[in-house]
Ligand binder design. Structure first.
Ligand code: 5RP
Length: 228
């Protein structure tokens, strides 16, 4: 229950960055879902109009159902702002994302945005990336065996993410698998990101070493704003 209140505080804080007429990137997850609830209220109360660019089918569906204009990433190369959640945030604002298997489009959205703001509850703050969460990696199906071998050679322990209420693996919005990789220690997230992406058939990783501009952290009673 407490985490929900913290997520709401973080989402509220990010809402002030949304202005009339803007094109807004909207990420994926339970914190973003709360943000969308608040966005619906704000747009109605302030009588503003925005265009949205979602990072997943799930978010696009919610935004369309709420009456927002939804553009797909295909036609967008720059947007002023994207807002998303994260699974882990370290003191340098490096992230692990992909708990909702949307990491590929989330990274495209973050790179498309001039400003990338992350909203989290305080349970997401970590001293070192990878301590609580494995690193999700999106892999095209024909590259699965090779990727698992190469990931092991890099010192990782890979596990193909399994679906709930569907037999077999999670299939992403892009038709690929997610491999969750545990590392005993992540010393350099940017270097590890490059090493993983250089495996043929690995499309993207959930490591976001440098994309974040600011993080709003909801706490028990307050909001913290973290910037580099
Ligand atoms: C989805 C993500 C989410 O942003 C991340 O998993 C955080 O989710 P939540 O807000 O539900 O804790 O990266 O791929």
């Amino acid at each position: 229950m407490a985490a929900i209140d913290e997520k709401r505080r973080a989402a509220e804080a990010a809402l002030v960055h949304v202005t009339d007429g803007m094109t807004l990137g909207v990420g994926t997850g339970s914190t973003v879902d709360i943000f969308i609830d608040l966005l619906i209220e704000k747009v109605a109360a302030d009588k503003i109009s925005i265009v949205t660019v979602p990072s997943s089918f799930a978010t696009g569906h919610r935004l369309r159902a709420a009456g927002f204009r939804v553009e797909c990433l295909t036609s967008i190369s720059t947007i002023p702002l994207a807002i998303d959640g994260a699974d882990e945030v370290d003191s340098q604002l490096a992230l692990i994302k992909g708990g909702g298997a949307a990491l590929l489009r989330e990274k495209i959205l973050a790179e498309t945005a001039e400003e990338f703001i992350v909203i989290v509850d305080q349970g997401k703050l970590v001293s070192k990336l990878g301590v609580k969460m494995p690193v999700p990696v999106e892999v095209i199906p024909p590259a699965l065996s090779l990727s698992l071998k190469r990931i092991r050679e890099l010192g990782g322990t890979p596990k193909v993410r399994q679906a709930h209420r569907k037999a077999g693996p999670v299939i992403t919005d892009n038709g690929n698998f997610i491999v969750d990789v545990t590392f005993s220690e992540i010393i350099d997230a940017a270097q590890l990101d490059c090493q993983l992406i250089s495996i043929p058939g690995v499309l993207e990783t959930g490591l976001f070493p440098h994309q974040t501009n600011a993080v709003y952290v909801g706490t028990d009673s307050d909001i913290k704003r973290l910037v580099k």
